[in-house]
Design a protein around this ligand. Structure first.
Ligand code: ZN
Length: 499
């Protein structure tokens, strides 16, 4: 009896020991997880002619350089006028850099470096904008095409996407030229004109030129991720994200044909029923998403600022990985970072309320995670719907996800360093860009594609991009100009310019 009791106590003690060991490991990992912001010296430029720069941005927003799928030529004169405006506003650039107009509207500048043996750098952005949705003009606090400067902001379509980007390039280059700066590396600057409708006439043509001329490009910097504030509830600290990858894209058409008939005697399976069941299956069994790789790296710097319970989960994925994946899967923007997303966007069937339709057709749009491919999406859909009466067709315009750019390249590290110099106290993390940029055309031109704009974005700003009341903070615009001055200094001269 004694022996049994003693054995029970030993077992109990061992269990307690294991539990406390596990708890200690969890706690240790939770406490030691963190991100050290390197002790970088803050760099600032006090002599940027800021008021003039803001005026020029305001002016840039007044051009209706609108891209629409239907009628590209409709705003042609606005594009011509914008090119003249850039010419007139930045005379020093026109004196010192070569300008080539690609395919009528895209401006490609070449800033010759002093060392032809070095590979070139490239900076890209776009000056076309999306239209203002009819019926929403009145909702704007200040009209969308007047470039109003008020309340500490410059307001207008393109203020965030992407005129502040390209205008801050121009300001930064002018600033450097005025001070006699000469890059060692040649710098190409492309101001594209049709990013909002796919970039086939602008960025694609520039990329083709680069390939044709066999120009060696060390890295390309483009619009992309911002300095995001409050990306999770309860999180005060901003984070600067460098987009090192971009999702792929495919739309699939699902089509089912059956005998029609009178709706008074419906068969067991109807066209609408079969198609709805297929879509329900897809929504209920999404493609696999794992909290690993890039998405995990994105979260790493946020750990110290997260509530204890989140920190514990995220630093102990060996135990809580499943729970974390499930939770993040519920929030649309984190779910999109985790996996290939499924969005049924069109559904057509039926012509009359008492006739069973003979055909039903749905279109589903997928944004493909770098872990997957167009083929894998197709295979997954066929397996999941498991109904050979439904035909699945890949629609035009599919593209694979981009390769993931390295986070240990000189270009990435230089950009990270520049962010720390201009935005002290802001951690930097690589991330996946969930929409598309013109960078997609450059995957053969360079392997270092860095999609980042030093724009401070809060959750309520997300709706302003392509939406109502787009605006950029005046102080933030000063940071953007400083950022690009520093980025050019850091990446085109000195020790770094050795690759
Ligand atoms: Zn854009």
């Amino acid at each position: 009896m004694m022996r049994v009791k003693r054995a029970a106590i030993t077992v109990l003690l061992s269990i307690l020991l294991v539990i406390s060991l596990v708890a200690a490991v969890i706690l240790m990992r939770t406490i030691s997880s963190g991100y050290d912001i390197p002790d970088t010296e803050h760099v600032s430029y006090t002599d940027i002619p800021h008021d003039d720069a803001v005026q020029r941005l305001s002016h840039a927003l007044q051009y209706r350089t609108i891209s629409t799928q239907e009628d590209r030529e409709q705003h042609r004169h606005e594009f011509d006028a914008f090119i003249d405006f850039i010419r007139d506003s930045y005379p020093l650039i026109h004196e010192n850099l070569e300008l080539e107009i690609v395919n009528n509207y895209t401006m490609l500048f070449k800033w010759e470096g002093s060392r032809p043996d070095l590979s070139a750098a490239m900076m890209q952005g776009h000056y076309d904008v999306v239209p203002v949705e009819p019926g929403t003009f009145e909702d704007w606090t200040y009209p969308p095409f007047e470039g109003t400067i008020a309340d500490g902001f410059v307001w207008g379509r393109g203020a965030i996407d992407d005129k502040s980007g390209i205008m801050s390039y121009m300001e930064a280059i002018t600033y450097l030229l005025e001070r006699g700066f000469q890059p060692e590396r040649t710098v190409y600057i492309a101001l594209n004109h049709d990013e909002e409708v796919g970039g086939r006439q602008g960025a694609r043509k520039v990329a083709d030129l680069m390939l044709e001329r066999e120009i060696d490009i060390a890295f390309l910097t483009d619009e992309g991720m911002p300095v995001a504030e409050k990306i999770l509830e309860g999180l005060e600290h901003p984070i600067a994200m460098i987009g090192v990858a971009e999702k792929g894209y495919v739309s699939l058409e699902l089509n089912v044909n059956k005998e029609g008939g009178h709706s008074s005697m419906p068969p067991r399976e109807t066209t609408i029923g079969a198609l709805s069941a297929a879509i329900t299956n897809l929504k209920q069994q999404p493609m696999e998403g794992r909290f690993a790789g890039l998405v995990r790296e994105t979260f790493q710097p946020l750990l110290p600022d997260l509530p204890f319970i989140y920190r514990m989960g995220l630093s102990n994925l060996w135990l809580f990985g499943g729970v974390i994946e499930e939770r993040l899967g519920f929030i649309p923007h984190t779910n999109a970072a985790l996996r290939t997303t499924i969005a049924p966007t069109m559904f057509h069937a039926g012509i009359k309320e008492n006739i069973l339709p003979q055909t039903a057709e749905a279109i589903i749009n997928f944004r493909i995670h770098p872990n997957d491919s167009v083929r894998e999406v197709l295979y997954y859909v066929q397996e999941t719907i498991d109904n050979n009466k439904i035909e699945v067709r890949v629609l035009e315009g599919a593209r694979e996800p981009s390769p993931v750019s390295s986070t240990s390249s000189v270009a990435y590290l230089d950009m990270k360093q520049t962010i720390h110099e201009i935005f002290p106290d802001v951690p930097v993390a690589p991330a996946m860009f969930l929409a598309a940029t013109d960078s997609r055309h450059f995957t053969e031109v360079t392997e270092n594609l860095l999609r980042f704009r030093p724009i401070r974005v809060r959750p309520d700003d997300r709706g302003r991009i392509h939406g109502t009341n787009e605006r950029i903070g005046i102080d933030n615009y000063a940071e953007m100009i400083a950022f690009y001055i520093r980025l050019i200094e850091n990446t085109t001269t000195g020790l770094q310019a050795t690759i």
